[in-house]
Design a protein around this ligand. Structure first.
Ligand SMILES: Cc1ncc(COP(=O)(O)O)c(C=O)c1O
Length: 394
């Protein structure tokens, strides 16, 4: 008999983490696996951030921090929102959490009642779906495709709205598609939302700085949107700080208060040393990240070129983050080296078995025609991975 709760029994395991674990296991068995499955920069945290953490240890930042984050960090985050996004958040609008993942979980727990609908433009980040479900909400997927650069239109959004719609969640730059919404697209979306004043938007901007398009728009800066947007960000991706676990939100004050109340009962304030280090990160001129962004940009160009040379794979040119999301559906129904490829999961498993390359099936992101590659690895490994893939698809 299964004594676990329905809650956990109904929860899916994170497929990105599962694939990464499988790749690690095969590697440990001696297989020459190239893992393109995880969303993690292959850079070290910049030295000036590490120095700030060392200083915080020496200065004895070792006690519980305020639940919503140190005042100095919240002020620094307000300066960052003003500098980068032209958003006028005050410290009372800010909540610092244990990663953007906890920020998102807090939001779902604080905003959703049973059967509230949340619109998810698909593909979406894996955890949105499960976090929403776990919080009693109903994810409503709005499909997009490589042809539309994986972006939804204002018309598609309006069609998906029902009397039960409570929120819309998206990331831009998007994990997994790399797509970046521009101001005109958000303005059209905002115009639709004008008619539905009770709908809130969760804008996940964690890949903000890993953006090659030269333009970035926070939907909260579009007229009419500030009071109904929860802007989510964090230091994991752009600052190569995935393990430090610091994320944050800028939100209407009543939502910030609710999220603080929630995490006060669950985790308390985020890690004290990591918060002090984050002050240095968010206060820094984003130009200090240029060397990483330029490396990702170069790899993006390399991988897009190599994928375009593989017959049967269709891609958009991702403008940000560090993923490519090719449509592999032209292989469905084909038999390769004795293996029938029925869907994207079969395709991804085939690449693992035959090419020793780990990817993630698009099913995990709500798009069953695609698979996701992370290009947060060296150009040598990327070139070798694409060579192997081309070979096993020939
Ligand atoms: C779109 C998106 N949002 C949030 C997160 C989680 O960020 P954090 O590591 O700060 O919890 C990720 C990490 O993969 C992500 O891709």
């Amino acid at each position: 008999m299964n004594s676990l709760s329905d809650r956990i029994n109904n929860l899916s395991t994170s497929q990105t983490l599962a694939m990464a674990a499988l790749a690690r296991e095969l590697k440990a068995q001696g297989k020459d696996i190239i893992s393109l499955s995880l969303g993690e920069p292959d850079f070290n945290t910049p030295d000036f951030i590490k120095e700030a953490a060392k200083k915080a240890i020496d200065e004895n930042y070792s006690t519980y921090s305020p639940v919503d984050g140190y005042a100095e960090l919240k002020e620094a985050i307000c300066r960052k929102f003003k500098r980068d996004n032209n958003l006028d958040y005050k410290p009372a609008n800010i909540v610092v959490s244990t990663g953007a993942k906890q920020s998102l979980y807090n939001i779902a727990q604080c905003m959703l009642n049973e059967d509230d609908e949340v619109i998810l433009p698909a593909p979406y980040w894996v955890s949105y779906y499960e976090i929403i479900k776990m919080s009693g909400g109903i994810p409503v997927e709005v499909p997009t495709s490589v042809e539309s650069d994986f972006k939804i239109t204002a018309e598609q959004l309006e069609k998906a709205i029902t009397p039960k719609t409570k929120m819309i969640w998206y990331s831009s730059p998007c994990n997994p598609s790399g797509s970046v919404y521009i101001r005109e697209e958000f303005t059209a979306i905002a115009k639709v939302l004008e008619k539905y004043p009770n709908i809130y938007v969760v804008a996940d901007e964690i890949y903000e700085h890993i953006n090659f398009s030269g333009t970035f728009c926070s939907i909260a800066s579009v007229p009419g949107m500030f009071e109904r947007t929860i802007t989510v960000n964090g230091v994991a991706k752009a600052f190569a700080m995935t393990g430090w676990r610091i994320g944050y939100i800028g939100a209407p004050e009543f939502i910030a208060k609710a999220c603080t109340k929630m995490q006060g009962q669950v985790t308390s304030g985020a890690n004290s040393i990591a918060q002090r280090a984050t002050i240095a990160a968010v206060d820094a001129d984003p130009k200090v990240l240029n060397y990483m962004v330029e490396a990702f940009h170069k790899r993006r160009d390399l991988v897009v070129g190599l994928i375009k040379a593989i017959p049967g794979l269709k891609i958009n040119v991702p403008e940000g983050a560090f993923y490519v999301f090719p449509d592999v559906s032209s292989y469905f129904g084909k038999t390769l080296r004795g293996t029938l490829i029925k869907d994207a999961t079969d395709f991804s498993m085939y690449l693992l078995a035959e090419a020793n390359v780990a990817t993630v099936t698009g099913d995990a992101f709500g798009n069953p025609d695609c698979i996701r590659f992370s290009y947060a690895t060296s150009e040598e490994l990327l070139t070798e991975a694409m060579r192997r893939i081309k070979e096993v698809l020939a």
